[in-house]
Design a protein around this ligand. Sequence first.
Ligand code: NAD
Length: 422
Amino acid sequence: MATDTLVPAPENPFAIARRQFDIAADLLDLSPNLRCILRSPQRELTVNFPVKLDDGNTRMFTGYRVQHNLSRGPVKGGIRYHPSVTLDEIRALAMLMTWKCAVTNLPYGGAKGGVIVDPRQLSAEEIERLTRRYATEISILIGPEKDIPAPDVNTNPQIMAWIMDTISMHQGYTVPAIVTGKPLNIGGSEGRNEATARGIVYVLGEATRHLGIDLSRARVAIQGCGNVGANTARMLHDLGATVVAISDSQGGVYNPRGLRPIDLLQHKRHTGTVRGYPRGESITNEELIELDCDILVPAALSQVITAANATRVRARIVAEAANGPTTPEADEILYDQGTFVLPDILANAGGVTVSYFEWVQGLQEFFWTEREVNAQLERVISHAFQSVLRVAQEREVPMRTAAYVLAVKRVADAVTTRGIYP
Ligand code: NAD
């Protein structure tokens, strides 16, 4: 039998997002009317547009921008460039952003955008032309007071700068608050680049205090060594924690006595991967998930903890840096075996929170120090954790369900208070 027949196909991400919403809606006893409103994105835009390639040919690309819910304010969410982007994935991620903004009580709804493209096959100039054209196509939806994009998979501060410049050219004046995640020299925020990792560290501080675990002695395994994984490793190491394993798309390294993140990241810079790092043994990404450790941080892909491996997760805490790393079936298994899951909409909310700070600074043209940014971030994340924990304890439900209950209630209340127009 071919082994790939044993691997279940990934479930439609929008179906998963709706299932997770339904659990919260049931607990809240949400009316059928409210469910209908919240289960569907408010606005969806598909754009097919041409881009001139360096060789003189023109190629058509397809992109999306989905706004899930606008009841609590303008919508916010990243833009990803990836060959596997689908409308359902973007819908799911937009919905997730609505809950993420609500759980942290930011005055935003959720959105997401994406272009079906493998950016590795394009030159920098082609990516710039693609970005400027896509920004123009979605300019009928985005704006500082209505929809504020940010970086996501394969997009970065330079791409945000091109979007900001494109919209500013259309307006005839600079519009810094049109996107977040911009470079510092054109209105980016101090601390934005590390914000998601810093949010993970703050929420882990809260969770370990609650569980009576000493974070400075915790053993941590991290899947993914990009912006979030690498910064989380560095910050936790600085706090005294032992980073026992880290991986990237090519595999991982493990050392039960601890890896030295600075040294390891230098190895990655030189070789392009953490694999082959001499002060540790090679492990696979699958083995990393099952390592004996206190804290597991999936910081790469979705659906890596599934019904097939959840029983073998030995970490006491799973901090979901990635979006959707745990399937609903795995979630139940983890809860039953007492694993404390910090759900994505809480754990990785540091990024959108500092994006919010960047937007506020851009609107006010008044910029904060990194210390001020980090202090406000800690306040927001700690408050969100305590609010979710309270719901989890009162209702005796997992942290994910509690986070959804809190978020869905906030959005449902906003919809109810505003009423249905006309
Ligand atoms: P990134 O592109 O900087 O890094 C991704 C890392 O994952 C890389 O090290 C890559 O090698 C690794 N990876 C890719 N395929 C893999 C595989 N098959 N197995 C193991 N590792 C693999 O991305 P990032 O910004 O660090 O984001 C990581 C995750 O966190 C994503 O799921 C993203 O959606 C989520 N997230 C990021 C932010 C943010 O601010 N950057 C905010 C919220 C959520």
